[in-house]
Design a protein around this ligand. Structure first.
Ligand code: N2P
Length: 366
């Protein structure tokens, strides 16, 4: 029927041309290409979507905003859904690489927490290009016994000095300190530790952060943004700068006799929001909207939070999230903890390039 109407409506097109257009159009929505962070979805989330909609999902993962950004800026990534951090999406919007979200296709959109949507408008005016997925903080995880052995049972563990004070880092180096390979956040945290504006774009402040990070570099086992989950769990690291839920996954997976804790340090930590967005050249935009609406279902997203230990932005889902997760002040921080959190911002232009170079210098020591 549809093809008949098309035939009469477009008399100039030959039958073959119509089929070439119509067949891929029908087939196209049977596939969805998702590019998401590693360790960031529940066991049955994708299978549940595939079953319900008859759409095959290709699911790839990354552990760095910079890697995602590189692919998006190169264009033709083939992805239909990507999950940048909102601060990164903000600078990527200028490149015109995202499609607008068609909210009329999202019947569950009203479940989103209005307070979080207001915060996101600072990155994405009118919430036009992004729907929040999960949010969390950047603090650190530590091995309780190993840190106590080296610093003393009474040593304070609620402070970034475990990583940034060279005397302490030297004592902890043998049991392993890791840092995220997430330059923007690491520099924000270093500037904040030094009492500077965490999102300063002053070269002098960047130089001070580089000096701090370079001083402790000899004590750092590695810079990586996902290996620390297993290594903390197995007792192969004793302090790991990391993302809240990932450290909680390590706590959950910890081997017998390994006790790991997550800390939002007293000096402060980054709060960030990861958002679902559709690349402007995404081949399957209808399927992408179906998937976003599926994630907006309270039961679907509550399961993800329960498994990956990140807070979700869905107000209607909170009642369904386990008490263990929603009752943990380091996952759903109450106001007094939120007061210690600061938002990140991805720099642009010349300063962004200086910061990228500075990071290479920190990591290589040159
Ligand atoms: C998931 C990490 C996502 C947090 N493993 C980074 N924004």
């Amino acid at each position: 029927m549809v093809q008949m109407r098309l035939l009469t409506g477009v008399p100039l097109l030959g039958l073959a041309a119509l089929f070439l257009m119509a067949v891929p159009a029908a087939a196209q929505d049977k596939v969805l290409n998702i590019y998401n962070w590693s360790d960031y979805i529940a066991e049955g989330t994708i299978a549940g979507f595939e079953q319900e909609y008859g759409i095959k999902v290709n699911y790839d993962v990354y552990d760095s905003n910079e890697i995602l950004e590189g692919k998006l800026l190169a264009g033709k990534s083939g992805y239909d859904i990507v999950v940048p951090t909102a601060s990164f999406l903000e600078r990527q919007l200028a490149a015109g690489i995202f499609a607008k979200i068609d909210k009329s296709k999202l019947k569950n959109y009203g479940n989103l927490d209005p307070g979080i949507m207001a915060r996101l408008r600072e990155h994405d005016p009118d919430n036009a290009h992004a729907v929040p997925y999960m949010w969390g903080t950047t603090g650190f995880g530590f091995n309780v016994a190993k840190v106590a052995e080296r610093l003393g049972a009474d040593a304070a563990t609620d402070t970034w000095s475990l990583i940034f004070d060279p005397a302490k880092a030297a004592k902890l180096a043998d049991c392993g300190i890791s840092m995220l390979d997430a330059p923007n956040e690491v520099f924000d945290i270093a500037r904040n530790y030094l009492g500077l504006n965490p999102i300063s774009t002053e070269t002098a402040d960047l130089d001070k952060a580089v000096a701090l990070l370079s001083q402790v570099r000899p004590h750092i086992k590695y810079y990586h943004s996902s290996s620390y989950i297993d290594d903390l769990a197995n007792g192969e690291l004793c302090v790991a700068m990391g993302w809240s839920g990932d450290v909680f996954q390590a706590i959950d997976d910890a081997a017998d006799g390994v006790e790991v804790r997550y800390v939002i340090p007293k000096e402060g930590a980054v709060i960030w929001f990861d958002v679902m967005a559709i690349p402007a050249d995404a081949p399957h935009k209808d399927a992408a909207h179906l998937f976003i609406d599926y994630i907006l279902r309270p039961d679907v997203v509550a399961k993800i939070s329960d498994e990956v230990f990140y807070a979700n932005p869905n107000a209607a889902a909170t009642a369904l999230v386990s008490d263990e997760v929603k009752g943990d002040p380091a996952i759903y921080p109450p106001p007094e903890v939120q007061a210690r959190l600061f938002a990140d911002k991805a720099p642009t232009g010349r300063f962004a390039r200086s910061q990228t170079r500075a990071w290479t210098k920190v990591k290589t020591g040159q």
